[in-house]
Design a binder for this molecule. Structure first.
Ligand SMILES: Cc1cc2nc3c(=O)[nH]c(=O)nc-3n(C[C@H](O)[C@H](O)[C@H](O)COP(=O)(O)OP(=O)(O)OC[C@H]3O[C@@H](n4cnc5c(N)ncnc54)[C@H](O)[C@@H]3O)c2cc1C
Length: 435
C-alpha cells in the first residue's frame, strides 16, 4: 500500500490542500491513493478503526472540512481511456475534465463537462453535472454507464445500471462508496458557436432584462448564463474590466454558426460590448466561455433553483458579490439514459451568489446578509430545491443536501445508505444519514 501520511509528515499539508483555500480537511491520516487497491486497503483500515472517510480529487467542492478521520486523495488516479467505437470514456477517480476533453476531442467527441475543466470529472458527474451543453444533452450523470467503487465493507465492486447501488451513487455520490473509475457516454460535438459577451456597468439593467426575455424562446441547442461581476481596481484584474462592474453573458450553441449568430442578435443589440468572443469555438477551448479562475482561491457561495423566469432587476443592488443565473430546462428536464437519483429536474433556472477572493479562515457568517438579500429577492420564483454540486463548506449540511433530491428519492437514498453504509463511515461529505 502507498505510504500513509500523518499530521506531522512534511507532505501532509500539501496533500490535503485543494482548490478551495477558505478551509481544508484536517484528517488524522491521509492515503494518497495510486490505484483501486490503495482505496480498498484505506477503506478496510478506516472501517476496522471506525474512522470516518473523506475523499478529495481537486478540492473544488470541499464540503464542511473534516477534523479527524481518514482522507483518501485520488489525484494520482487520473487515467482516461476513450473508446471511439462506443463513444464512451473510462475515467479514473482523480481525472479532471481537461484530460477527458483532450482525449475525447481526438475522436470528434466531447464529455458533458462544466464551466471549469479543472473540476474533477467523477465528483461533478455523480453530483448531477450541469454543463456547457446542459440544455441540449442533459445532466452529465445521465451519461454514466458503469462505476467501479469500493463500498464501506472494503469490497471493490463493478456497479451497473440494473442495481440499486448504481441509482444511489449517481446523484448520491460519496455516501455509498469511493468511486475509483466511471464509464460515461460522450457526445458528438467538436465545434460550438460559443464564447462570452461582456457589457459595461451602464448596460447592466438592459442586458439582464434582455437575457432573461431571450431565454424564454430558445431551442435546446442553446445553453447560456449571465453573471454580474464586480472586478476590483487592482493590477491583477483583466484590463478591460478593472474597477468595473460588468455583465458577462456566456453562450454555447451546438446548432451551427449561422443560426447561432442569428439567435444572438437581440443580445448584441442590448448594448455595446467591452469584449465579444462569441464565434466558432473548438470544444477544447470551451474553458474560455466562463473563464473561471484557474488558481486556488477562497470562496463562499450560496444558491437557489428557480421554477420560472425571474425578474432580475434586484440583482443590480447586489454590489459586493458575484451573481450568476444559469438557464436550465431543455434536456435537463427530460431524464436521459439510466435512472439515477439526481433531483430537481423541473428547475428552470439556477441562481448563485459568490463571494470570491477570501482569505483562509474568513468568517463566512459576515458574508451571509449580502447573499441572503439576493435569495430574498428571488424568493417568488424559488423552488426550494438545490444542486448538490453547488453546496460548499458550511452549506453542505444534511438539511441542505436533502433539498437536492425528490422527497421520495431522498427516503430511498436513506434506506440504501442504511443497507450499504449503516455506520455512516462515509460521512465527511455531502452527507445522507442512514434511515
Ligand atoms: C470554479 C468551479 C466551477 C464549477 N463549475 C461547475 C459546473 O459548471 N457545473 C456543475 O455541475 N458543477 C460545477 N462546479 C461544482 C463541482 O462540480 C463540484 O464542486 C464537484 O464536487 C467538484 O469535484 P472535485 O472532484 O473537483 O472536488 P473535490 O472537492 O475533490 O470533491 C468534492 C466531493 O466529492 C466527493 N468525491 C470526490 N471524489 C470522489 C470519489 N472518487 N468517490 C466518491 N466521492 C467523491 C467527496 O465527498 C468530495 O468532498 C464548479 C465548481 C467550481 C469551484
Amino acid at each position: 500500500m502507498t505510504s500513509i501520511l500523518h499530521r506531522d509528515d512534511s507532505a501532509y499539508d500539501a496533500e490535503r490542500s485543494g482548490f478551495q483555500l477558505l478551509a481544508a480537511h484536517e484528517p488524522d491520516l491521509i492515503v494518497p491513493a495510486a490505484g483501486p487497491d490503495d482505496v480498498r486497503q484505506a477503506v478496510t483500515r478506516a472501517a476496522a478503526a471506525d474512522l470516518p472517510v473523506a475523499v478529495q480529487a481537486t478540492g473544488h467542492g470541499l464540503p464542511v472540512a473534516a477534523t479527524g478521520g481518514l482522507l483518501i486523495t485520488t489525484g494520482r488516479m487520473n487515467a482516461v481511456r476513450v473508446d471511439p467505437a462506443t463513444a464512451t470514456a473510462r475515467v479514473e477517480a482523480g481525472a479532471t475534465w481537461e484530460r477527458v476533453i483532450e482525449e475525447a476531442a481526438r475522436h470528434g467527441l466531447a464529455p458533458l463537462s462544466g464551466s471549469s475543466p479543472a473540476v474533477g470529472a467523477v465528483s461533478y458527474t455523480l453530483g448531477g453535472g450541469i454543463g456547457l451543453l446542459a440544455r441540449r444533452y442533459g445532466y452529465a450523470a445521465d451519461q454514466v454507464r458503469a462505476l467501479d467503487v469500493v463500498t464501506a465493507d472494503g469490497e471493490p465492486r463493478h456497479v451497473t445500471p440494473d442495481s440499486d447501488l448504481f441509482w444511489a451513487l449517481v446523484g448520491g455520490r460519496g455516501n455509498f462508496g469511493v468511486v475509483t473509475a466511471m464509464e460515461i457516454g460522450l457526445v458528438p460535438v467538436s465545434m460550438l458557436y460559443g464564447g462570452a459577451l461582456w457589457y459595461d456597468t451602464d448596460h447592466l439593467e438592459d442586458v439582464l432584462r434582455t437575457w432573461a426575455e431571450w431565454t424564454g424562446s430558445l431551442p435546446d441547442e442553446m445553453t447560456s448564463s449571465i453573471a454580474i461581476i464586480p472586478f476590483p481596481d487592482v493590477p491583477q484584474a483583466p484590463p478591460p474590466f478593472r474597477g468595473r462592474r460588468v455583465a458577462h453573458v456566456r453562450v454555447a450553441y451546438t446548432g451551427g454558426p449561422e443560426e447561432g449568430e442569428e439567435l444572438l442578435r437581440p443580445l448584441r443589440a442590448a448594448g455595446p460590448r467591452l469584449v465579444d468572443t462569441v464565434g466558432e469555438l473548438p470544444f477544447t477551448a470551451s474553458d474560455t466561455i466562463h473563464s473561471d479562475p484557474k488558481d486556488p482561491a477562497g470562496y463562499f457561495a450560496t444558491h437557489t433553483l428557480l421554477g420560472a423566469r425571474p425578474e432580475l432587476d434586484a440583482l443590480l443592488d447586489a454590489r459586493d458579490v458575484v451573481v450568476e443565473v444559469r438557464h436550465l430546462g431543455g434536456a435537463l428536464a427530460k431524464p436521459q439514459g439510466h435512472p439515477n437519483s439526481v433531483g430537481n429536474r423541473d428547475a428552470a433556472y439556477y441562481a448563485g451568489v459568490l463571494s470570491p477572493r477570501l482569505a483562509p479562515g474568513t468568517d463566512t457568517g459576515a458574508l451571509r446578509p449580502a447573499h441572503d438579500r439576493v435569495m430574498r429577492a428571488l424568493e417568488p420564483w424559488a423552488t426550494g430545491g438545490c444542486v448538490l454540486n453547488f453546496l460548499y463548506g458550511d452549506n453542505a449540511t444534511p438539511d441542505e443536501v436533502r433539498k437536492a433530491y425528490e422527497p421520495e428519492d431522498y427516503e430511498r437514498l436513506r434506506r440504501l445508505k442504511a443497507e450499504w453504509d449503516p455506520r455512516n463511515l462515509f460521512r465527511l461529505n455531502h452527507n445522507i444519514p442512514p434511515a
